[in-house]
Design a protein around this ligand. Structure first.
Ligand code: CA
Length: 657
């Protein structure tokens, strides 16, 4: 094992040395550390040497101004850009807003990222051999699929005037960067411009703006790639539609970049298909420009997060752990690297952490003063509906790749390790929640095993112990229909059991809601005109389906409806069912139970008129293990008027004792 590592480290040094990336950092991979990494990383095969490993680090300056310190894996305070470079990051992305300040000069927040900030970040990135990806929002504050607000200074301009202003702004900004010696590798023409840009919604105008921006990029940084950035790859045809319009209107660009947040943006397979489609049809380079994954479900800065343990209706491909964060990054890289013309993956705001661990008040002061939260209260003057209402701290601190004290998480090593792999013995990383239903009249049997998610993201069944007393279980029976949470431990990790106490029904399709009769059976002795499962909510006792019968001829309503149940636990049971109907004439109706074919009880029932349901029970059905129970309803009506009719619904077989 050790030998293998020495060989790998040697290969690593050679590769970096030969790749010509210009990284001047000594010890680009911290030898002796990475070899001992417990992080499981499956090698990404055939990963190109020049694959972009990006980190959006837009908030760093505001963070540092707020007192945040960043550390190396060795535990020493160190320029975060050096730490990123050492760990395989090749590109730093930075957002640029035109003028994120109110009339009094108060910053709107989100890093107060103007051109000046981008230059400073760019200089530091360049110092450590990385290139800058400039993310022009062409707005004074956040631009995304939900909003693309025009900068205040351009508000009264026509589309043509706006295009001229955008050209001048881009040209000027990039010239400033060039003068400062910033290595710009890529420039975005807007941020997540799904349906608008700079306040323009008409595509001809959007194209004019993009053409103007692209022209400026070509003039100042002719080698830099020009990117168009969209979000929502799960809307599979939208990217193609956008790319087609870009082609139609002659927008000059090199890269179609996508955001990919797995909680909402579809599967990796779908992402690959969408990107492949663009690469093949339009010949463009493709990449993921933003992605991230939570390493914890817990908030660390007293300002709520986009994703948390409580998040509902999100896709959660992995648990929220440091290892899972690395698995996510690895799998996105693996996906993009194997797409046609796939050039890279950029992580979003992996350096945006809490500005303090004491209180909301203390943090709030910093967010307001330095813009280190997502929005300050001043942002409300420009964006009253969002920033004005919800201003606060960081909403993604639990998706950063640094802990709340500024130390890198082990997951940060993934950017290097994907090239060589680090397939250490998989171990349990998190325990999946277990849910069981327990019959209020039955016996609770706590599961002896649970599913562990391994560091390799495989599932393994492992033994578990639950922290629950007999008295607590007894209380659950007394509490009626309700769900309880029991904690436990498996493989040294916390486990959770959700116990739903229910009135368990041993019948299947008990209320006919499957829309079919099975596994109920009928014996139609009289040859009824109609005997079927009907979808009619107004005639059902519960739900929308029930069993319907009608027959015109006298004595032709004569049938039994029944269900056989095998493998019941030994015990005493009761069976309940409901019926309503009319025009019945003389009747013989009863519900019944058979145990191994021998009658165990029957209870008479009757039908009177529409809507008057008769509900009856057969009790004290004694069942031994291995016996078959048949429960059903016997219906015989002579019929009156236009024929006997009725409805049957909601069978219930449950334990009695
Ligand atoms: Ca937060």
């Amino acid at each position: 094992m050790k030998k293998r590592w020495i060989a790998l480290l040697f290969a690593t040094t050679m590769l970096l040395g030969c790749a010509g990336t210009g990284i001047k950092v000594e010890n680009a991979i911290p030898t002796g550390k990475i070899g001992g990494s417990s992080l499981y990383v499956k090698k990404v095969e055939n990963l190109p040497d020049d694959f972009i490993m990006g980190m959006d680090a837009s908030s760093v300056i505001a963070e540092e101004q707020s007192g945040v310190k960043y550390f190396s894996f060795a535990g020493e305070e160190q320029d975060v850009f050096k730490t990123l470079a050492e760990n395989g990051i090749t590109h730093i992305r930075v957002r640029v807003w035109n003028h994120p300040y109110d009339a009094e000069g108060h910053g709107y927040g989100g890093g107060n990222n103007d051109v000046e900030k981008a230059v400073e970040i760019g200089r530091r990135a360049t110092k450590y051999g990385m290139q800058l990806i400039v993310d022009f929002h062409y707005s004074d504050f956040w631009a995304d699929p939900g909003k693309q607000m025009v900068p205040l200074a351009w508000k009264e301009m026509s589309a043509k005037e706006k295009a001229d202003a955008l050209y001048a702004f881009t040209l000027d900004s990039l010239k400033t960067m060039k003068k400062a010696g910033v290595a710009v590798g890529m420039v975005q023409l807007g941020n997540e411009t799904n349906s608008a840009l700079c306040g323009e919604k008409n595509f001809e105008n959007i194209a004019k703006l993009m053409i103007a921006g692209g022209k400026a990029v070509r003039e100042v940084y002719p080698k830099a790639l020009v990117a168009v950035h969209l979000a929502n790859p799960e809307r599979t045809d939208a990217y193609d539609g956008f790319a087609k319009k870009l082609e139609t209107f002659g927008v000059d660009y090199d890269v179609l970049a996508s955001s990919y947040y797995p909680y909402w943006h579809g599967t990796l397979e779908n992402l690959a298909n969408v990107l492949n489609g663009i690469a093949e049809k339009y010949g463009k380079k493709v990449m993921v420009m933003e992605t991230s994954y939570a390493y914890t479900g817990v908030d660390t800065d007293f300002s709520g997060n986009t994703i948390s343990d409580e998040s509902a209706n999100i896709v959660k491909d992995y648990p929220f752990t440091v290892q899972a964060q690395a698995n996510h990054v690895r799998n996105v890289i693996d996906t993009v690297a194997h797409v046609k013309n796939g050039i890279g993956v950029v992580y979003w705001e992996g350096t945006w952490i809490t500005v303090g661990t004491n209180s909301w008040e203390e943090n709030h002061e910093k967010w307001e003063k330095y813009g280190s939260g997502w929005a300050s209260s001043y942002g409300g003057s420009y964006d009253p509906d969002d920033a004005g209402k919800y201003y606060g701290g960081c909403a993604v601190d639990n998706q950063a790749m640094f802990d709340p004290t500024g130390h890198p998480l082990e997951s940060l090593r993934v950017w290097n390790l994907v090239r060589y792999g680090n397939e250490v013995e998989p171990r349990a990383d998190a325990i999946r929640d277990t849910a069981i239903e327990v019959d209020l009249k039955g016996t609770v049997k706590l599961p002896e095993t649970v599913d562990a998610v391994l560091t390799s993201n495989e599932i393994r069944t492992v033994p578990v112990t639950w922290n629950v007393t007999d008295a607590e279980i007894a209380a659950m029976y007394k509490g009626g229909v309700k769900t309880y949470e029991i904690t436990g431990e498996a493989e040294g990790l916390p486990a959770r059991l959700l116990v739903s106490m229910v009135n368990f029904n041993y019948l299947k399709n008990f209320g006919f809601e499957d829309g079919v009769i099975e596994p109920w059976q009928t014996e139609d002795r009289g040859g009824a005109d109609q005997l079927y499962v009907e979808n009619k909510i107004t005639d059902s006792l519960n739900g929308t389906y029930h069993m319907h019968f009608w027959s015109a001829k006298k004595d032709s309503v004569d049938f039994s409806l029944f269900q056989e149940v095998k493998d019941l636990p030994a015990g005493t049971y009761s069976f309940t069912i409901s019926i309503m109907g009319g025009d019945a004439g003389d009747t013989e109706i009863y519900c019944y139970a058979l145990v191994d074919g021998v009658e165990a009880g029957r209870t008479p029932m009757r039908i009177t008129s529409y809507g008057n349901w008769d509900t009856q029970t057969v009790g004290n059905i004694e069942v031994q293990e291995g016996q078959t129970v048949t429960v059903g309803i016997f219906v015989k009506c002579s019929g009156a008027g236009s024929g006997a009719w009725g409805k049957i619904d909601d069978g219930l077989l449950n334990s009695q004792s």
